[in-house]
Write a protein that binds this ligand. Sequence first.
Ligand code: NAP
Length: 259
Amino acid sequence: MDLGIKGKTALVCAASKGLGKGCALALAREGVNVVITARGKEALEATAEEIRKATGARVTTVAGDITTEEGRKAALAACPGVDILVNNAGGPPPGDFRNWSREDWIKAVDANMLTPIELIKATIDGMIAKKFGRVINITSGAVKMPIPELGLSNGARTGLTGFVAGLARQVAQHNVTINGLLPGPFDTDRLRGNMEFNAKKLGTTAAELAKQRAGANPSKRFGTIDEFGATCAFLASVHAGYITGQNVLMDGGAFPGTF
Ligand code: NAP
């Protein structure tokens, strides 16, 4: 299927690795010019080169922390007239809420709620003027089914989800859509880090725990970043203009509800 987005410009935040990288690759395969960000310059440049070689697309890099004003300014300056915005950032650390300070909460809300809102604020009027815009917020399956040790993530991401649920309905008439893409367990560095944390608590190894967790998923495996990216690209496509304000769960069937 031709997704109809060749020549458009996408800002894909936090994309040197993992899910963001999967989204950038999938969009680049569709002929989208992608601007990718991450804090670490070396991995970012390596990923950009990999995407260029694989797709022939134009890939621009902006090294910086997307959760800071400076980082966002630099990213936005690299892509005036952005058509597709993929919001992403590292997730907050796991832990026990008794140990989290007000500062920890503010950091989580800043990264996983206010940063995407700031980026939407900076880009949405341009999208409305062009009568085309796609915003995909990478959140988490935790929005639907909270993960006990990831309370900071559960809270901050649900705040973002509530906000965009209202905004999506205000901009839909302009062919601007906003959707959440909710990852369950995907095989990335982040997932491996969480396995290390939980394995220590349970007195097992990360490899053993990963085997158990993958086996407990109805699909008997973790998701891949290519699968995640392909869904992101479809949500960004011209064909997805009537899908908005939704939260698309990709978890291999782990959420046990009928809906
Ligand atoms: P990952 O493999 O660790 O990759 C994270 C990417 O984001 C890296 O490129 C990293 O590069 C970049 N990044 C992190 N913080 C950043 C910041 N402040 N500014 C700019 N770039 C930043 O993580 P992932 O698994 O793809 O996860 C992506 C998001 O999905 C996270 O919020 C995670 O919590 C959420 N999630 C993941 C899963 C899963 O199973 N993987 C499940 C649910 C939710 P630098 O470190 O160099 O900046």
